[in-house]
Design a protein around this ligand. Structure first.
Ligand SMILES: NC(=O)c1ccc[n+]([C@@H]2O[C@H](COP(=O)([O-])OP(=O)(O)OC[C@H]3O[C@@H](n4cnc5c(N)ncnc54)[C@H](OP(=O)(O)O)[C@@H]3O)[C@@H](O)[C@H]2O)c1
Length: 243
């Protein structure tokens, strides 16, 4: 018996990295998943890699009309959703003193605004007892050079989780943030050597995290194993923001 048997999950930004690893694991555990990404070709590859019980919907989480189309597809194909893992997000350096309006708008429009509407637009389809997971970042718990705007855009998610856990209490919908440390995904592929050194120096095991190590935590938060975890933040960071 799988931990997500009979459940329907939406995972955004899931054509690579930790969200793709989560989609694979959710399906192995019995869920049907709807995954998104902006590029159709990557979406097709991801659907193929997952292999079964998956629908790919081309959608940009920063565009509200795309989110409407995503949930129209979920409604038409399954009629409801049990788990939302809002993972689409991006980083980017913007040192204080040089921050542009465009950098601010880019980061907040996807990481914060996109996450908010991904959750809000799911609510009419969400079954009572569901689970909402937002992909945060430990960046908001540390002071890191050039990352204040990114960190701020993710800090908001921590606050959303507290408020929404209260607002959704009657429906027994839990809301949590999963905050990764540095994970070996495409986002970190072209990391400058100094940045990689900085990350590794803060991790006791001296090795970046792997997408599968995020997927197992996402599964925990999606399933009944975390039935008493709500309004919380779970850091999966190898200790980086804890020590
Ligand atoms: N990697 C890390 O070390 C790290 C650490 C802390 C937090 N995070 C957070 O974890 C999440 C996932 O990161 P990752 O490193 O696993 O990502 P990744 O491997 O770089 O993949 C990003 C995924 O999101 C999709 N995507 C990007 N922009 C999108 C948009 N506007 N709408 C929909 N999909 C979009 C990409 O496909 P398309 O390009 O085709 O859209 C791709 O599938 C992000 O929110 C990130 O901020 C990452």
């Amino acid at each position: 018996m799988g931990k997500l048997d009979g459940k329907v999950a939406v995972i955004t930004g899931a054509t690579s990295g930790m969200a793709l690893a989560s989609a694979k694991l959710f399906v192995e555990e019995g869920a049907y998943v709807f995954i998104t990404g902006r590029r159709q070709e990557s979406l097709d590859d991801a659907v193929k890699a997952i292999g079964r019980n998956v629908t790919g919907v081309q959608a940009d989480s920063a565009k509200l009309a795309d989110l409407d189309r995503l949930y129209e597809t979920v409604k038409r194909e399954k009629g409801h959703v049990d788990v939302v893992f809002s993972s689409a997000g991006h980083g980017g350096r913007a040192p204080l003193g040089e921050i542009t309006e465009e950098q601010f708008d880019n980061l907040f429009s996807l990481n914060t605004r996109g996450t908010l509407f991904t959750v809000q637009k799911a609510l009419p389809l969400m079954r009572d007892g569901g689970s909402i997971i937002m992909n945060g970042s430990i960046a908001h718990l540390k002071g890191m050079q050039g990352l204040s705007v990114y960190a701020g855009s993710k800090a908001a998610l921590r606050s959303f989780a507290r408020s929404w856990a209260v607002e959704l209490a009657e429906r027994r919908i839990r809301v949590n943030v999963l905050s990764p440390g540095p994970i070996a995904t495409n986002a970190l592929t072209n990391l400058p050597a100094e940045a990689k050194e900085y990350f590794l120096s803060g991790i006791p095991r001296k090795e970046l995290g792997h997408p599968e190590e995020i997927a197992t935590t996402a599964l925990f938060l999606a399933s009944n194993d975390s039935s008493f975890v709500n309004g919380s933040e779970i850091c999966v960071d190898g200790g980086m923001a804890q020590i």
